[in-house]
Design a protein. Structure first.
Length: 181
């Protein structure tokens, strides 16, 4: 029985940025299963075998292939903390990703559009393009609006929210509910 990638493995490889053509190149190079990536060993070698494969896709494929399954040590690939994952398909965005870019895998905007508590403009990324305020999580938008009404300066609100305990936030939520009547 000829060994080949399962449908699931193919889908995983595609989710990591491989095209159908690149999947064929894998097979041509003799990589016919997840185990074979262990022989390949690293992203650089993989890119030499599969022309046109992006560095990021190669890295995530190798991380996937070497990551699970093999018990006993091995290197753990730790994502950099500022890695951006597509909210639609969870594909990791390339290093040169900029806020507002479309996801290379599914073509949708990779980041959620957040609403600015300060000027109500919407946009992707960490900061409002209109007024420069740091976005707060959507779930905490109402809290930020309340802090704004209470006269907190723009730059102080995200930090204040981050520093608040869940109990303190609950108190704020209570006041928001009251103010709604
Ligand atoms: Zn996507
Ligand atoms: Zn703004």
């Amino acid at each position: 029985m000829a060994k080949t990638f399962s449908a699931l493995e193919k889908n995983i490889l595609k989710s990591k940025g491989l095209t159908d053509a690149q999947l064929k190149k894998l097979a041509k190079a003799g990589i016919k299963g997840r185990e074979d990536f262990k022989t390949v060993g690293d992203a650089t070698t993989l890119r030499q075998l599969v022309a046109g494969l992006s560095a990021d896709a190669a890295a995530s494929v190798v991380a996937w292939a070497l990551g699970g399954g093999s018990a006993g040590g091995g290197s753990v690939v730790v994502d950099s903390p500022d890695a951006v994952y597509c909210v639609h398909c969870r594909t990791r965005q390339p290093k040169d990703y900029k806020s507002g870019d479309l996801c290379g895998s599914c073509g949708k905007q990779a980041e959620p559009i957040l609403t600015c508590y300060w000027c109500s403009a919407g946009g992707p990324g960490k900061f409002c393009r209109q007024c420069g305020a740091e976005f707060v999580p959507t779930a905490e938008l109402e809290l930020a609006l309340l802090l704004k009404r209470e006269g907190l300066p723009k730059d102080a609100i995200p930090g204040k929210l981050k520093a608040m305990s869940p109990a303190e936030k609950d108190v704020l939520w209570g006041r928001i509910r009251k103010s709604r009547g």
